[in-house]
Design a protein around this ligand. Structure first.
Ligand code: 13P
Ligand code: SF4
Length: 332
């Protein structure tokens, strides 16, 4: 099947792209794998006319927005549950609520895990997109705007950024009006259900078991977890960090299972040094749905001239969303 896929990719002038949370069988055959920022940048700049995107919807959409001339297909329709926690109407309602609190000057920053409509609305207010790997840089830029920062949809990433910068944060719809008005970063109440699994108790458990273990987590984890970690980073940054460690260094990683499982597979007879930071398997269900069979079916359908899960966006929304994504690329 792998050979047929490679042959079809060549024939169709298509690039196979996979996020690090995809199954091994997909990452192994992909032309390009990476974190959200790398995939958006490299896939949109590639010479291929078609992109076969194995990941979740907002990732494929970002490539389509940045390179509208390319055709982007998803072998499986997969949605990020965090991205689905906000749409255009919830964004509008949030802005109305902030204004009713007397907050008129708002600078929105949306995590890339949001749909095109939300990115377009953020752009309309002069805002910008960020990913987990460039969030600190984007926040520096946002702070210079001298407006209240509205960070969406991930409250954890927003709170973690605030803590790292010694700023006050509050969660819209959860905290009091007074707390919201005092906050320098106001967060939307979204979260990643996969990264919520990791707890301070998991960290205590591993540190008790292996006193020299290092704890590495993604910034979508809860602030109490991030505060206790030895290293925090995007999926790419986590991979680089763990691969730079001595083989004997034990590490427990708080992010999606597929990535952690691939990090440092023990050789025969060697003890295990890389652990998933949870007793429950942290699996992103939609990321795990795409199989090689789906990729093959998708390519065969394209060859027959069918539109197989092609990403199509309203031009006007895509053009507006592009402004917020372009600004992010300039800044990172
Ligand atoms: P990265 O940008 O770090 O790959 O994160 C994407 C994501 O959805 C993590 O859950
Ligand atoms: Fe979305 Fe969480 Fe899955 Fe990442 S791990 S794609 S944030 S649901």
């Amino acid at each position: 099947m792998k050979q047929t896929i490679r042959k079809l990719l060549n024939e169709l002038d298509a690039l196979l792209v996979a996020h690090f949370y995809q199954r091994d069988e997909i990452v192994e055959i992909a032309d390009l794998s990476g974190d959200s920022l790398e995939l958006a940048r490299k896939a949109s700049q590639s010479e291929k006319s078609k992109i076969i995107f194995c990941g979740v919807g907002f990732m494929g959409q970002s490539v389509k927005i940045l390179a509208p001339q390319k055709r982007v297909f998803m072998p499986k329709i997969a949605c990020c549950s965090m991205a689905r926690m906000i749409d255009g109407s919830y964004f509008d309602k949030s802005i109305t609520l902030l204004k009713s609190y007397g907050i008129a000057e708002i600078f929105p920053v949306t995590y890339i895990n949001s749909n095109a409509e939300v990115k377009a609305k953020v752009a309309e207010l002069g805002g910008v997109v960020c990913t987990s790997s460039n969030a600190a840089k984007i926040l520096d830029f946002a702070l210079k705007q001298n407006k209240k920062i509205f960070f969406l949809p991930d409250r954890c990433l927003g709170q973690n950024l605030a803590i790292q910068n010694g700023l006050k944060s509050a969660v819209l719809g959860v905290d009091s009006m007074e707390k919201i008005k005092e906050a320098e970063i106001i967060c939307y109440d979204g979260f990643c259900s996969v990264h919520q699994l990791f707890t301070p108790q998991d960290i205590e458990f591993f540190r008790e078991k292996f006193p020299n273990i290092l704890i590495v987590v993604h910034p979508e984890c809860q602030p109490e977890v991030v505060k206790m970690a030895d290293f925090v980073g995007s999926t790419s940054q986590i991979i680089k960090f763990v691969q730079s460690l001595e083989e004997s260094q034990k590490v427990a990683v708080g992010t999606e299972f597929n990535l952690v499982h691939r990090l440092r597979k023990p050789k025969k007879g060697q003890e295990q040094n890389t652990f998933v930071l949870s007793s429950t398997k942290p699996e992103c269900p939609t990321m795990n749905e795409t199989t090689l069979k789906d990729v093959l079916q998708c390519l065969e359908a394209i060859k027959q001239g069918e539109s197989y899960n092609e990403i199509l966006l309203e031009l006007e929304i895509a053009n507006r969303a592009k402004k917020a994504l372009d600004k992010m690329l300039q800044l990172s």
